[in-house]
Design a protein around this ligand. Structure first.
Ligand code: ZN
Length: 447
């Protein structure tokens, strides 16, 4: 049965109420403390007659809630996965208390409104609707509200995948981030995450001759390390690479933009033009685009010396290096080595390869089609994010994972400033839009 506009208004209001309630659970990670929020969700599901659910704690107070709605088994499951934890807020910089969940001026305020309790609330509503409407599911529909995404997933997705794989194994999963309107150069872009970069954290060490600070000499580890860091600089000398998800992102976006913007952007796919174009992009866009084309490297930590008058024998820096999908730590080390020269040692501290999912799938086409059905000007496009999400964990069980948390933000609420920033909030209208889009996707894909 199709729902009418009046029913959708009520469903949107319910979504807003659940999001407000969820924001009021302070799940700042550390320490996380996700269990009370997971319990709240569990009670909602129980009230609505759901029977198959598990609240699992990977450690005290680190709750994960998994709920399953059975299909006839003719197709493999679809998983809706969202994390319950949030990054800490600095309340003194907020205009409203960050865990208020206040609805003010048509917006729901609070930490997690966009990262990503909105998706918890929308997925919850879609589950409830699927049951209320007695949707004849061909595949199981799984809801997972997980802990600890913001601190590496050890008590959330990673733990579930390693300890309870049968609960979260799915053919496809929808998780963060993507499906949100981002006005890009005038186009109504809806990037859908199909890939994420990996990471390769490195230690860089210089050695030298120790001595008295009153007698400078040329074999100083601090100076040697500093010179290597200066050669890295802002990283713009790292080689450029065109990877398949970025190529399709650039092709789709450039086709949507009027010239000369579109032509200029398309030039990024031309190996001889890419570097001069990147060098000429406005400063607020250049790092974003450069990260799509490079294994990036950023010096972030320094350690040297014990006393002002002692020249130390060693100096160390840590480098945050991010890998394009398809590149190994060795590839990145080779590239960094050509920048820093032979006088420093480089050693990997932690390595996670990047991942890329096929975007030529039935589900990806459905996501695109559904966005266009609800926003005729929408330009959906595959997209790669530079950070890590739970997608890499879910992929270990064979799932194809797309970042898809549909919504619409006005230009004055830029997604990238709000996520992990101050005054995080989401328009009520975005939740009304998002829950309808998500429902249509689930209904068409699972029935
Ligand atoms: Zn997140």
């Amino acid at each position: 049965m199709d729902l009418d506009d009046r029913q959708w208004t009520r469903i949107g209001e319910e979504t807003v109420e659940h999001l407000s309630r969820l924001i009021r659970f302070d799940t700042s990670n550390p320490p996380g403390n996700e269990t009370p929020a997971a319990l709240y969700l569990k009670q909602v599901f129980e009230r609505e007659g759901f029977t198959e659910m598990q609240l699992l704690e990977a450690a005290p107070r680190r709750g994960n809630l998994i709920v399953r709605l059975r299909g006839d088994g003719s197709k493999r499951p679809l998983l809706l996965c969202a994390h319950l934890d949030v990054v800490p807020a600095e309340p003194e910089h907020w205009s409203q208390p960050p865990f208020s969940g206040l609805v003010l001026g048509g917006e729901v305020w609070g930490r997690g409104a966009l990262d990503m309790k909105h998706m918890v609330a929308m997925s919850l509503m879609v589950m409830l609707l699927a049951r209320r409407q007695a949707l004849p599911l061909k595949r199981d529909l799984i809801f997972a509200a997980v802990a600890d995404e913001e601190a590496g997933s050890d008590y959330g997705a990673r733990w579930l995948v390693e300890n309870h794989p049968e609960l979260v194994r799915a053919e496809y999963a929808l998780s963060e981030m993507g499906g949100m309107l981002i006005p890009l150069g005038g186009a109504r872009a809806y990037p859908i995450q199909v890939a994420e970069k990996g990471l390769c954290w490195l230690q860089m060490r210089a050695r030298g001759r120790p001595g008295h600070g009153s007698a400078p000499h040329a074999d100083n580890a601090v100076v040697r390390l500093s010179e290597a860091i200066a050669r890295i600089g802002d990283g713009r000398r790292m080689p450029l690479h065109i990877t398949p998800p970025v190529a399709s992102f650039i092709r789709t976006l450039s086709a949507a933009l009027p010239s000369p913007k579109g032509i200029l952007l398309r030039g990024l796919l031309n190996p001889t033009l890419a570097r001069p174009i990147l060098d000429r992009l406005p400063p607020d866009w250049a790092p974003f685009f450069r990260a799509l084309f490079c294994n990036t490297v950023t010096p972030t930590r320094l350690k040297a010396g014990i006393k002002t008058n002692v020249i130390p024998a060693e100096a160390e820096a840590e480098l945050d290096c991010r890998l394009l999908p398809g590149f190994s730590a060795e590839d990145a080390l080779r590239e960094i080595r050509t920048l820093v020269g032979p006088d420093v040692e480089l050693e990997p501290l932690k390595v996670n390869p990047g991942i890329a999912f096929d975007s030529d799938t039935e589900l990806f086409r459905l996501l695109s089609r559904t966005l266009i059905a609800h926003d005729p000007g929408a330009i959906p496009m595959p997209y790669m994010i530079s950070a890590c999400t739970d997608a890499r964990q879910l992929a270990r069980l064979g799932a194809i994972v797309y970042g898809f948390t549909p919504g619409q933000l006005p230009p004055e609420l830029p997604l990238l400033h709000m996520v992990h920033g101050h005054d995080e909030r989401i328009p009520v209208a975005s939740l009304h839009f998002g829950v309808r889009v998500l429902w249509q996707v689930v209904r068409e894909f699972c029935v």
